[in-house]
Design a protein around this ligand. Sequence first.
Ligand SMILES: Nc1ncnc2c1ncn2[C@@H]1O[C@H](COP(=O)(O)OP(=O)(O)OP(=O)(O)O)[C@@H](O)[C@H]1O
Ligand SMILES: Cc1cn([C@H]2C[C@H](O)[C@@H](COP(=O)(O)O)O2)c(=O)[nH]c1=O
Length: 199
Amino acid sequence: MLVTLEGLDGSGKTTVWEALQDSYPDATFTREPTNDSWYGDAVYRSIDDDEADSLAELFLYTADHADHLSRVIEPALERGDLVVSDRYSDSRYAYQGATLESYDRLEVDPLEYVVDIHEPFTIDPDLTIYLDLDPETAAERAGATNKFEHADYLESVRANYERVLERDPDRFVRVDAMQEPARVLEDVQDVLADVVGEE
Ligand SMILES: Nc1ncnc2c1ncn2[C@@H]1O[C@H](COP(=O)(O)OP(=O)(O)OP(=O)(O)O)[C@@H](O)[C@H]1O
Ligand SMILES: Cc1cn([C@H]2C[C@H](O)[C@@H](COP(=O)(O)O)O2)c(=O)[nH]c1=O
């Protein structure tokens, strides 16, 4: 079973993802962008480049996703593992859907375009837990350390996440990320226990 954690920068995904490793010691815990491949390295170079072309950046993230699928996710699912990924395709739909809004040569809806690129090859998660947080708190918690971690941009990203949730309501569970960390974790653990059982 594939479970993904999604939300704005600073919404607490990594905090939850790390804590879950104690509750599910046999699961495969992974993340996007990957931090163990040259594709992931290329993505991080692009994140640090304020002048990066947004379409090129979409394809770097997508290349990293393709490699992540074939190298990590598919083998783990074939072994029967529970797989928990900190960010996944929905991050592309929401974030690159937002950066591409100002890409002049793209004459289609950017979010739909990014979804369409993934459609032929991605693996849909069985469950996505969306940590919902307002953009101001998100930017504050994230510390505005990269070009994405600013409230006005995160506002557009959040609007895109809402569209993604609307497209696929049965896959998502929304958790209020404004709660204190222990309550957020408790909510996530309850959702997981319902869907995958306790280990
Ligand atoms: N529920 C919470 N309430 C207050 N602070 C929190 C909460 N959850 C996490 N934090 C703090 O917010 C910061 C960002 O948390 P975390 O790295 O888990 O978020 P993230 O969603 O993984 O962010 P990013 O996508 O930028 O990596 C950390 O300093 C963390 O301690
Ligand atoms: C997977 C993915 C990520 N991003 C953005 C979101 C963050 O600002 C950075 C790095 O992610 P991290 O969780 O903070 O390490 O990348 C994105 O724009 N598109 C994606 O597909």
